[in-house]
Structure formats: structure tokens, C-alpha cells
Ligand binder design. Structure first.
Ligand code: FCB
Length: 786
């Protein structure tokens, strides 16, 4: 196998941004930015303003060839306009001089989200004047640094700045208006165009922009990029791609907005702000496109979904969580997504030079006496570099790669808790310490390549095998327990040393006494609950496949709850799967307090920190209801039960919401889970409203009962009354007529649950998972009403 090498001249480095590292927010005449006003966190950040030289030295020691930093607009124009503040420019001049002296090429970004507050007060980005001010600012900075800075980036991630800043309001300045978000986006594009003209006129060497680009895919495509899509999903994917990616790519590189986006913008405040000639200004020739890639956007069609405020116009699209490994931000780790982005750009814009200007990850770092062993960050970067290399081998013109980021810093609305740095910063002392990833990256740069095989990180198992002891013994030695004989301890420590084993956060947090047993707790066994039975079966076989033994426990009485909690407290199980926690009982909370890793099937009634796997019950119910409405049904009854199930409450909520949108009121009948109770509820609905024309049941058993009752009452299905269920149990396709229902991905749920627990056992960061449901249309709803 060949050692994976990068092209000659490939540029290696790191990226940062002014607000996130500089601090010194009022030094030397700097004015306030929108982030000073918006952010609750103190903004000393990394005090880079005063520690610039130390940081440059650090980069030189790590072998960086390039450094992408951003210039703080309010340092240069404290009031947004007028005369530039020379002291603000001095700082960047010194920085650039020191970089050049250290052999590091400066790449300057002019806008990384810190708009002068003075300009926000004069209208901010929704105002066209801000774009003109930006061009003046670009010229002023170039005037001072132009001879020394080779590459200029105008704007960083306009999508984030416009749609999180002015759409969802989670970023500064925190406005929440779809119309203002679209106007801001356009003015940022215009600002890019005007600044590019100004820079070129002043003789700038290279000019580019930086976009956050995410491939858009469905959950199924995450595992299989080539997977064919249904027409609805393809439309959903295309629409989100237009909003997130093409809204910026196409004006910049083709001089036009994507055609399907125009009506969306029109609907949200109109297109009056897009003036004649703007698109020509925006489409300046570019020398380089900066690509920031972190994670894909995973979506699917879901007719009932309301628009996400960060994506105005995304009605009918569900943003999905998927059961893959995630970073501590909760962002799915999909390195292949980077190949997709680079490949697509090379196909669509074959002459354009590309550079990955940001890529990196937030993980929970453990600081130990002997360093910060951030193996997860190393794997993340390494996997993405391999993905980049595949695109390069296919011909993509990728000129370099910059890690986000040099230092742990102030991560916008998330504050200081996020750790993206190659270098750890102790914010109490401002001490910098390179993490293992920094040293590893230095070696990658030196080799201009990776190693032949990804460095196999020795695990607890490898050490156990080498020392000829059990993993529990290794664990005991690593955690310094006294109960191990001196001989065994010596041989384990020798194996640890020889293999270079690093007990990471996971190993350190491992319970020392492993049982390799998982308790599967069934909280409410219900007659006829085929779903739970199937999940039990899948979870069991998956966990057994991972070498675990399963203890099945029933939680049906207070006494059994006590026994289960004791079982966990006595560490008789390594982890607990609880299904389903459908009552507002305290078992989940009590189990989580034992410290034994716990995962839940279904969203708990009481919000808690315990991760769960659920399906989109509300969305599924709304889809079924909207389907009935689309078939012309207006007198729709719902059979609800059992109401103590959170899933049923969510299904009712989705049903109500869909009716509400259509201006209709709900008609409800309560049931438990049996066919008999479904039949009784259907009879009640008929009695309450003899002109009933549709029934939506919260479960298929109930729906089957309703089919019988309707038949007995002489009503034809679907001609007189259409019937839809939920769950898609096997029997649903065998009824006459076949039952329209909402399919719940049983196997995926079980898989996600087992994965979630295994991740927790490894001490990895986990988040809850909500899987999409899908409407399956059969004959019970097929005829439209005349
Ligand atoms: C990007 C930003 C950067 C940082 C990373 C995590 O979107 O450009 O400032 O927040 O995400």
C-alpha cells in the first residue's frame, strides 16, 4: 500500500477568527461589535491580542505553512465608517510581519461575523449601505496590509451570519425575521462583490470567499451516498441544497440565484432589495473558494413539518437526527461528506481552485498530568484528510487544508465549553498546551502525508491480550486499584508502555468491575404490543452480537422498581436499556442517578438528561391526517390510546396540529391498546358524528378494531369512511382493505438504541436520536370523496 501523500505545494495550516480569540475588546480604540452586545460570555477569549507573538511562535513550532485569521472590523472602523483607526490596523500589521518572519503565509478574512455595533444600529445587514461600508473597510485594510498578505477572503460563511443572525436569531444580532435573513444574505453577497472589486482595484494578489458547504442527504444516504431517492425526498434535498449551498455558490460563481429559490425569497418579504446589476457585481472572478466542512445536512420529506427558522421555506422538510457517531457538538461525523462537496465543486466549477478553510471537531478533552490525549480529534482529522485525498485523486483542485482551529476559544453562542483547538487553553491562566492532535498534525505536515495505515490505537483489549490478563484487570491497574498483585501490575504496565496505550477519557471512566451484562428493563408489558416485543428481540440480538449478556427485568410494581435500582447500584449490569418509560414514573431518574449508563426507548414524560431513541410521532400523525384531508375528508375522528403513553400524546398533538392548520376541530374517542377497544371507540365516533368520513387511530390494532366496527355498522371503507392507523404492524397489510398506516422503523430504532448504549459504555458523548416515520398508503384510504 502506498503512503497517502498530498500534492507538492499543498498548503497546511490553521484558521481562527478575531472575536473568538483576540479579547481586548476595548483596547486601542476598538468599538463594540454585535457579538460584544449579544454574547453573554466575557470576551477575553484567548487574549490573543496581547499574546500574538507567543501564538505565532507556537504555530511555527507546529510547522504551519499558512494561518487564516480574521480582521476585526470594529478595530478598524470603531463607528463603522469615517476614518480608519490606525491603532487597530497596527495590530494586524505586526501580526502579519511576525507571521512572515516565521515563514507562515497570512490568509486574511475580512468578515468573520463581528459587525460594528454602530452599523447594526444603522440597519445592519438588512440595509444595503452595510455592503458599501464593507467595501470601504476592505480597501482600508488592503491599503495597510496589501503588500504583505497574499490571499484575501471577503466573507466567512454568509449563510450562518445571515440565517442564524437574522433568521433564527441564535447568533448576533439575534433578530428573527425570514425577510431580513434573505435581505442580509443578498447584501453579504453584494458586499463580497464590492469588496472584491475594491481589492482588485488596489492590486490584491488573490481574492476568494469562504462558504460553509454541507452535502444534503437523507438518513438512508448517510450509509449509502448513491441511494436513489423518492420524488418527494429528492425535492426536499434539492430545496435545502438551494437554501444552504446554492444560494451563495450560484450568485458568486454563475451570477444568478437558483431559479427555485426566487419564489421562496419572494414569499418572504419580496425581491425588491435585489437591484439590477447586483448579480454582475456579485459574480466577480474568484481565485480561490474556501470550503468549510463539518457535517452533512440530513433531511427527508415530511409534509407536516413547519419551516425551520434557519431555513425559511423549508416547510414539509424534516431535519433528521441519525444514529451515527457525533462530536460533542452533536454533529454527525461523516468524513465522506467532504469528498462529496469537493467532487461536486470540481464537477460544477472545473476551473476553480479550492481550499478547505475549516474542518475540525469539538470533543470533551481530558487534561492529564502527561498531556491531552485527544485521540478522537486525531481520528476525525485523519479521516477527513483521507476523504480529501480521494477527491484530489479524482482530480479536485484542492490547494490546501486548514484545521479549525489553533486554540480552544470562544465558540459564539456556545461560549467556552466547546473545544475545537489543537492547542488547549487554560482560561484561568491563558496557558497554552499542544494536545496530541497538534503534535500529530505537525508530523502530517512534515511528511506532507499520512501514515500507511491509520495508526491503530491500542485498546484495553490489546493491552489485556499482550499482558495475558482480563480487561477488567487492565482496567483495575489503569485506575490504580490496590487489589492487583505486584507481578500482574508490572506486566500490565509493561504492556501499556510497549503498546503506547493511552487510557483516554473512556478508559478512565470505565467501571473497573465489568460484568459484560446489560439489563433490559421492560417497564410496561402490554398485551399486543408487537412493537416492544420486536424491539426487545432486535436489541437483544444486537447486544449479544457485541458480546454482552442480557438480563431481562420486568418493572411492573414498586417492589420491582426497587429491585432494579438495587441491581444497578450493585453494578450487576454495565448498562441499562429501559423500554418504554411511558409513565411519568421515577424509574428512569432513579436509574440515572446510580451512574450506570442508561438509554431509553421513547422520549420520557419528564424531560431529563438521559439519552433516548424515539420516532417522529407527531410528524407521522400529522402526515396521516394531512393525507386524509387531501383525500377530501373533513369529519375525521381519532382513536387515542393509551393516553399515558408519551408516544400517543405526541401522535394526538400532530393530529390536532394538522386539523388546526386546515381550520377543523378534533373529534376524539379514547381506547386502550386492543382491537376490541378500537372497535368500541369507532362505534362511539359514529354515534357522536353520524357523518364521520375518516378515522385515524393511534395504533394499528385500534385501526383494525375500527375496520370491524365500521363493517358491522354497514359503512364501506374507504368509500364512506377512510381509515388510517399507526405503526405498520404485520397485520396492517393483511386487512381488507389493506390499512393505510404510518411506518415506524422498528429495526432502526433497536439498532440506534443498542448503538447508543454501546457508545455510552465506551464513555463517548451521546445525544438522543429521533428517527423519521413514513406514511404507507394502502386501500383503506384510497378513494377520494366525490
Ligand atoms: C464555523 C465558524 C467558526 C467556528 C466553527 C466551529 O461555522 O466559521 O467560527 O464557529 O464553525
Amino acid at each position: 500500500m502506498k503512503v497517502p501523500r498530498f500534492p507538492d505545494g499543498f498548503v497546511w495550516g490553521v484558521s481562527t477568527s478575531a472575536f473568538q480569540i483576540e479579547g481586548a475588546t476595548s483596547a486601542d480604540g476598538r468599538g463594540p461589535s454585535i457579538w460584544d452586545v449579544f454574547s453573554a460570555d466575557r470576551a477575553e477569549a484567548c487574549d490573543h491580542y496581547h499574546r500574538r507573538s507567543e501564538d505565532v511562535r507556537l504555530m511555527r513550532e507546529l510547522g504551519m505553512a499558512a494561518y487564516r485569521f480574521s480582521v476585526s472590523w470594529p478595530r478598524v472602523f470603531p463607528d463603522g465608517s469615517g476614518k480608519p483607526n490606525p491603532a487597530g490596523l497596527d495590530f494586524y500589521e505586526r501580526l502579519v510581519d511576525e507571521l512572515l518572519a516565521a515563514g507562515i503565509a497570512p490568509y486574511a478574512t475580512l468578515y468573520h461575523w463581528d459587525l460594528p455595533q454602530a452599523l447594526e444600529e444603522r440597519g445592519g445587514w438588512p440595509s444595503r449601505d452595510t455592503a458599501r461600508r464593507f467595501a470601504d473597510y476592505a480597501a482600508a485594510v488592503h491599503d495597510r496590509l496589501g503588500e504583505r498578505v497574499g490571499t484575501w477572503f471577503t466573507i466567512n460563511e454568509p449563510w450562518v451570519a445571515a440565517f442564524l443572525g437574522y433568521g433564527s436569531g441564535v447568533h448576533a444580532p439575534g433578530r428573527k425575521s425570514a425577510a431580513e435573513a434573505f435581505r442580509s444574505a443578498h447584501h453579504m453577497l453584494l458586499a463580497h462583490g464590492l469588496a472584491t472589486q475594491a481589492l482588485r482595484a488596489a492590486g490584491a494578489a488573490k481574492v476568494g470567499a469562504v462558504l460553509n458547504l454541507s452535502p444534503v442527504m437523507t438518513p438512508a444516504q448517510v450509509g449509502d451516498f448513491g441511494r436513489e431517492l423518492s420524488q418527494e425526498d429528492a425535492e426536499a434535498v434539492g430545496r435545502i441544497d438551494a437554501l444552504a449551498n446554492r444560494q451563495f455558490l450560484e450568485p458568486m460563481l454563475r451570477g444568478a440565484y437558483p431559479a427555485e429559490l426566487l419564489p421562496v425569497i419572494e414569499r418572504h418579504g419580496g425581491l425588491g432589495h435585489v437591484r439590477d446589476g447586483d448579480l454582475d457585481t456579485i459574480a466577480q472572478p474568484l481565485d480561490l473558494l474556501g470550503v468549510n466542512y463539518y457535517t452533512p445536512l440530513v433531511v427527508q420529506a415530511q409534509p407536516s413539518e413547519a419551516a425551520d427558522p434557519a431555513f425559511p421555506g423549508s416547510d414539509g422538510v424534516l431535519f433528521c437526527t441519525i444514529p451515527t457517531a457525533v462530536t460533542a457538538m452533536g454533529w454527525p461525523i461523516v468524513p465522506g461528506g467532504l469528498t462529496l462537496v469537493l467532487r461536486r465543486l470540481s464537477e460544477e466549477y472545473p476551473d476553480l481552485d479550492l481550499m478547505v478553510t475549516e474542518n475540525g471537531a469539538d470533543f470533551v478533552d481530558v487534561v492529564t498530568g502527561d498531556g491531552i490525549h485527544d485521540v478522537e480529534r486525531i481520528s476525525f482529522i485523519e479521516d477527513h484528510l483521507r476523504a480529501l485525498l480521494s477527491a484530489v485523486r479524482e482530480g479536485a483542485r484542492v490547494r490546501g487544508y486548514l484545521v479549525w482551529t489553533l486554540l480552544d476559544n470562544l465558540e459564539w453562542s456556545d461560549g467556552y465549553q466547546r473545544k475545537f483547538g489543537l492547542v488547549h487553553v487554560d482560561f484561568a491562566t491563558q496557558r497554552r498546551r499542544p494536545k496530541d492532535s497538534a503534535l500529530w498534525y505537525r508530523d502530517v505536515i512534515r511528511r506532507n502525508g499520512l501514515t500507511e495505515t491509520p495508526p491503530r490505537r491500542p485498546t484495553l483489549e490489546t493491552v489485556a491480550a499482550r499482558a495475558g490478563v482480563s480487561r477488567a484487570t487492565v482496567s483495575r491497574v489503569v485506575n490504580g486499584e490496590a487489589s492487583v498483585s505486584a507481578d500482574v501490575r508490572t506486566s500490565v504496565l509493561r504492556a501499556v508502555k510497549e503498546l503506547g496505550y493511552v487510557p483516554n477519557a473512556a478508559a478512565r471512566s470505565l467501571v473497573t468491575r465489568r460484568t459484560d451484562t446489560i439489563a433490559l428493563v421492560l417497564s410496561v408489558p402490554r398485551q399486543g404490543d408487537a412493537l416492544t416485543a420486536a424491539v426487545v428481540q432486535y436489541v437483544t440480538s444486537m447486544l449479544e452480537g457485541a458480546g454482552k449478556q442480557i438480563t431481562l427485568m420486568l418493572a411492573d410494581t414498586a417492589e420491582s422498581h426497587r429491585r432494579i435500582v438495587q441491581h444497578a447500584e450493585a453494578r450487576l449490569a454495565d448498562g441499562v436499556v429501559l423500554l418504554p418509560p411511558d409513565r411519568a414514573d421515577t424509574l428512569a431518574e432513579r436509574l440515572s442517578r446510580t451512574g450506570v449508563p442508561l438509554v431509553l426507548l421513547g422520549k420520557p414524560a419528564v424531560a431529563s438528561m438521559v439519552p433516548y431513541v424515539d420516532v417522529d410521532n407527531a410528524g407521522g400523525a400529522a402526515a396521516a391526517t394531512e393525507h386524509l384531508l387531501a383525500r377530501g375528508r373533513r369529519r375525521i375522528g381519532m382513536i387515542c390510546g393509551p393516553m399515558d403513553l408519551v408516544a400517543v400524546q405526541d401522535r394526538l398533538a400532530g393530529h390536532r396540529a394538522a386539523l388546526h392548520r386546515a381550520g377543523l376541530r378534533p373529534l376524539l374517542a379514547l381506547a386502550d391498546v386492543t382491537r376490541a377497544s378500537g372497535a368500541a371507540a369507532a362505534r362511539q365516533l359514529l354515534a357522536d358524528d353520524p357523518s364521520l368520513d375518516a378515522v385515524f387511530a393511534a395504533g394499528d390494532q385500534l385501526a383494525i378494531g375500527a375496520l370491524h366496527a365500521l363493517h358491522e355498522a354497514g359503512r364501506r371503507v374507504p368509500e364512506d369512511v377512510a381509515v388510517a392507523g399507526f405503526d405498520d404492524i404485520d397485520a396492517a397489510s393483511a386487512t381488507t382493505p389493506g390499512l393505510t398506516t404510518v411506518r415506524v422503523p422498528v429495526a432502526d430504532q433497536a439498532l440506534a438504541l443498542a448503538r447508543l448504549l454501546l457508545s455510552r459504555l465506551e464513555g463517548r458523548h451521546t445525544t438522543s436520536v429521533v428517527l423519521p416515520t413514513r406514511l404507507v398508503v394502502r386501500d383503506s384510504t384510497s378513494a377520494s370523496r366525490p
